[in-house]
Design a protein around this ligand. Sequence first.
Ligand code: ZN
Length: 106
Amino acid sequence: MSKWVRVHTADNPPEAVFIRGLLEAEGIPVQLKSMELWTAAVEIYFAEGARPSVWVPRNAVAEAERVLAQRDRSGSGRGWTCGCGEQLEAQFTTCWRCGQGRPEHG
Ligand SMILES: [Zn+2]
């Protein structure tokens, strides 16, 4: 039975799902924790201050950290602020709160 280790704490649900996608693409098993709060109500998730976290088996931690480091390096630049006021990271092209697309900018 494998030990699970937290490799990332996300700022919001889509980020955790994004990270999971990156890791699963490398063949790494992934568990997300605190997801049940988000599906219940995003407002509760914020009120509780619980942050979603991404976990992988202990024997995959090094690989997961390599994948995450690559993601940080390719960095895709700065985050952005939606018209609704939500702060989003660069990898998101759509606001997870209100659904607006990322504005074009020069
Ligand atoms: Zn928005």
